[in-house]
Design a protein around this ligand. Structure first.
Ligand SMILES: [Fe+2]
Length: 290
């Protein structure tokens, strides 16, 4: 009997194309892997209403992410292409920066094709297909978010030239990965890192530990973070249009302001911050992390 491959090693022998992509080989996913996707998605969909932003909730339905089993990138890309011109391409692991930017700038979203093992249903450090496709892909069908992600990719080139890539990385972290947005109905989630995590979906909005600070680009670009735990600080935008600055503004002066400057401590709140929620940080103090 063939051994069932349950993690990223399923692509160990699959050759990488020059742009770092691989063939998803959708037909090779096992019934267990499809079932794991279904369970991850069902439990996440159950807690997202009232927590995820409306654009995201709507997008999951529009794209029919829920038709059952792990999505086939070819079919998903066909739907996405009609809506905003984006497509989803498979990768085996993290894509080096220059390739990542290049893909985004050309409306290709590189998505990890392996699914997390059963032992890591709640937490994993490397982006798998559930994080990338359930978390990131839906909002690519929203015209404004679609433009933002492309503009972000295009910014990579200029940020590198100015020595500001670490700062641009922080920006991505606190928007596309861990962003919150104020809406008339209350604060909501749009960041993929939260939307694909059952624990953090509840933690980010309902736990008194994290700070909720008003989004400010220079501030965000200098904020350090944990990669192995929930976030002590979330930045909150008021409208997706704020993200579109990337498409319309010259960021040169901003990179000059932030590049090479020290990062703010994790969890730090500055006198100049506009604070929506001052976090107790208790969750992190209990764990001895802060
Ligand atoms: Fe991500």
């Amino acid at each position: 009997m063939q051994e069932i491959q349950t993690s990223k090693n399923r692509y160990a022998e699959v050759p990488k194309h020059a742009d770092y992509t691989i063939d998803q080989q959708w037909e090779t996913y096992s019934a267990e892997e499809h079932d794991r996707w279904d369970r991850l998605m069902a439990r996440q969909k159950a807690i997202l209403p009232g927590r995820a932003c409306d654009e995201y909730i709507k997008a999951v339905d529009t794209l029919e992410l829920s038709e059952g089993g792990i999505p086939d990138f070819e079919k998903l890309s066909a739907k996405l292409k009609k809506l905003t011109g984006w497509e989803v391409v498979a990768v085996a692991d993290l894509v080096p920066g220059e390739y990542f930017f290049e893909h985004l700038a050309n409306r290709r979203f590189p998505a990890g094709a392996f699914i997390r093992p059963e032992s890591e249903m709640d937490y994993l450090e490397e982006p798998d297909i559930f994080h990338d496709v359930f978390g990131h892909v839906p909002l690519l069908s929203d015209p404004r978010f679609a433009d933002f992600m492309q503009a972000y990719g295009a910014q990579g080139v200029e940020a590198r030239r100015r020595g500001a890539l670490p700062n641009l990385g922080k920006y991505y972290w606190f928007t596309a990965e861990f962003g919150l947005i104020n809406t008339p109905e209350g604060r909501r989630i749009y960041g993929a890192g939260i939307l694909s995590s059952m624990g953090e979906t509840q933690f980010a909005l309902e736990n008194p530990s994290p700070n909720h600070l008003k989004f400010d680009i220079r501030r965000v670009m200098r904020q350090d973070y944990f990669i192995d735990d929930y976030q002590p600080t979330y930045f909150v935008i008021n409208d997706f249009d704020e993200l579109l600055d990337f498409a319309h503004k010259d960021f040169g002066p901003i990179y000059d302001d932030v590049a090479g400057k020290p990062f703010y401590d994790i969890g730090e709140v500055l006198d100049t911050d506009h604070v929506y929620q001052r976090g107790t940080l208790d969750y992190f103090k209990r764990k001895g992390k802060l």
